[in-house]
Design a protein around this ligand. Structure first.
Ligand SMILES: *[C@@H]1O[C@H](CO)[C@@H](O)[C@H](O)[C@H]1NC(C)=O
Ligand SMILES: *[C@@H]1O[C@H](CO)[C@@H](O)[C@H](O)[C@H]1NC(C)=O
Ligand SMILES: *[C@@H]1O[C@H](CO)[C@@H](O)[C@H](O)[C@H]1NC(C)=O
Ligand SMILES: *[C@@H]1O[C@H](CO)[C@@H](O)[C@H](O)[C@H]1NC(C)=O
Ligand SMILES: *[C@@H]1O[C@H](CO)[C@@H](O)[C@H](O)[C@H]1NC(C)=O
Ligand SMILES: *[C@@H]1O[C@H](CO)[C@@H](O)[C@H](O)[C@H]1NC(C)=O
Length: 217
């Protein structure tokens, strides 16, 4: 199984871009900034860690932890983070230090698990009806779909004409390599276990448990 880890990069809480784990990330200043003898620019990670410093008329300097891992371009002060890893998650801020400190831009880097792919076929899925309760005008079923590593319980209700899915219940031990869903198709309850390469289904006719007119049983 392989998983894509993705980073979401937020700019000032507004825009966001997506980035694959292990790729490089460009963070731009977004404005034109002019340094002078009295004004430096620092790229900072999480308030206390400095990444790089830019001086007037000098090449940018990387702080030790970032040497080789990041780069700042002297022309526009944009920051390039190389081979972004989980530990890089956090806030990146460019700050101007002059007569007054001024935040120029701030990005937030958040790691998200995006998708996992398996080239193995999915395991079979079992459908069990855990309980049936019927009254004069409705019939309720609790149904569980289970596979070797996940399970989902749901409640269905039927009136004289129709059945519907009332509640998609507890969802246990989801293995990201496949998806397990339950739904109704005509009068059949279907447990569908699938991934990118295969699909397993088990279905049961709800009519076996709920007579069409429960009031008249
Ligand atoms: C900043 O400069 C670098 C190197 O020249 C370039 O790759 C990058 O696209 C520039 N960024 C912007 C926003 O112009
Ligand atoms: C940076 O800040 C983020 C968000 O507050 C936090 O999750 C992360 O652990 C911090 N990273 C380091 C190395 O301090
Ligand atoms: C599915 O049901 C069969 C027969 O009752 C049982 O042998 C098997 O262990 C069940 N598999 C799962 C994943 O619950
Ligand atoms: C049965 O379901 C259909 C489709 O969802 C709906 O249009 C209809 O009103 C329902 N009938 C009753 C009696 O709930
Ligand atoms: C997820 O499923 C795959 C394929 O069935 C299996 O090899 C892997 O061990 C499972 N992972 C977990 C955490 O259960
Ligand atoms: C089962 O689920 C998969 C993935 O969600 C979907 O592609 C497939 O169409 C479903 N099967 C049926 C019969 O709906």
């Amino acid at each position: 199984m392989t998983c894509n880890l993705m980073f979401v990069v937020f700019l000032l809480g507004l825009q966001h871009v997506f980035l694959l784990h292990g790729k490089d990330l460009h963070l731009d200043i977004k404005k034109s900034v002019v340094l002078d003898k009295k004004t430096d620019l620092i790229w900072r990670f999480n308030e206390t860690n400095n990444v790089a410093k830019c001086y007037f008329n000098n090449d940018p300097v990387m702080f030790d932890k970032y040497a080789g891992r990041a780069e700042v371009f002297g022309q526009n002060y944009s920051l390039l983070l190389k081979n972004v890893q989980h530990s890089d998650s956090g806030d990146y801020t460019a700050v101007l230090f002059g007569a007054q400190d001024q935040k120029v831009v701030q990005y937030r880097l958040v790691l998200k698990l995006y998708a996992c792919y398996s080239s193995d076929p999915v395991s079979p899925v079992n459908l069990t009806v855990d309980s049936v309760s019927s009254s004069s005008d409705s019939c309720n079923l609790i149904v569980t779909c289970s596979t070797v590593d996940s399970q989902i319980s749901s409640i269905f209700t039927c009136d004289a004409q129709n059945c519907s899915l009332v509640e998609k219940g507890s969802f246990k031990a989801q293995n990201y390599s496949s998806s397990l869903v339950v739904y109704l198709q005509q009068s059949f309850i279907i447990c569908n276990h699938s991934n990118q390469v295969s699909m397993e289904q088990t279905k049961k006719d709800i009519k076996l448990y709920c007579k069409e007119k429960p009031g008249k049983i």
